[in-house]
Design a protein around this ligand. Sequence first.
Ligand code: TXD
Length: 312
Amino acid sequence: MRKKVTVVGAGNVGANVALRIADKELADVVLVDVVEGVPQGKGLDLLQSGPVQGYDVTVTGANDYAPTAGSDIVVITAGLARKPGMSRDDLLAANSGIVKSATEEAVKYSPNCILVLVTNPLDAMCWVAKQISGFPRSRVIGMAGVLDTARYRTFLAMELGVSVENITAMVLGGHGDTMVPLVRLTNVSGIPVTELIAPDKLAAIVDRTRNGGAEIVKHLKTGSAYYAPSAATVEMVESILKDKKKVLPCAAELEGEYGVNGLFVGVPVKLGASGIEKVYEVQLQDSEKAMLDNSVAAVKELVEVLKKQMGL
Ligand code: TXD
């Protein structure tokens, strides 16, 4: 039997997640959105791409969750996107309500699903989904690190004029200006990047990575990035559905790792059929640990606000 993935939010990221899942023939997809007609229309349009693209999965749209029943994965992208000048944190109040209701509905129909969160502010939204679903940490995963790492790898490949595929890198921490790209552990086919790029250039690339989302918002003016975010989400979905056990940077709830408890933080995890199958604790140098602590503090602040707002 084919796998089934629900994508909540049929906007820019959601529709492109559906498109990429269909293109890779990974699963049947159900798009859910509050706007009447949009998920149905996009679903039908995607379905009609099948004969040309050569996929046989079905793509449908709905405004309710009954058609999502029995999903293996539920990707939540529903929410408001950042507008220019708006920080991720401004989105907190609006999007926490949306993620709460989406989680409640989704898990009612798919109690065994794996939740993949995309909505910003990402780490805080993961926390909401975890509280509301009551799922174990293996089944609540946030997408941010794969995207941040992809941006970092892109900029490094541009600088060196080499294939993006040869850049191996890791970005830790929360999804925001405090993220921690680990320069020390970045390499080009095994060659430490610090041997290939001067420190000031590397610092500029790290800075551009941290502001990677804002750079795109500035260009687009009316929304935020969605091609790379959807690609990153589907890499995670694929690793789970195919039990590939890829090691990817994802937002995971920490249970003492990195000295953190009960908060979602971007860390390397193994993604397989059960969701998060392992959290890797990388040995950090003092300066890296300080940056990570700073990032965790930013996530904690948001969660404290949420605890008050939502009474959780
Ligand atoms: O790295 C990351 N995690 C991110 C996060 C990368 C890119 C985008 N990121 C965030 O994802 C972004 O800040 C937003 O919070 C979400 C979705 O971004 P997108 O660009 O897809 O926004 P759109 O195009 O505005 O789509 C959001 C859709 C839109 O169709 C709304 O009608 C719908 O969400 N929506 C809902 N659907 C279902 N249920 C409810 N309650 C709902 N509310 C709004």
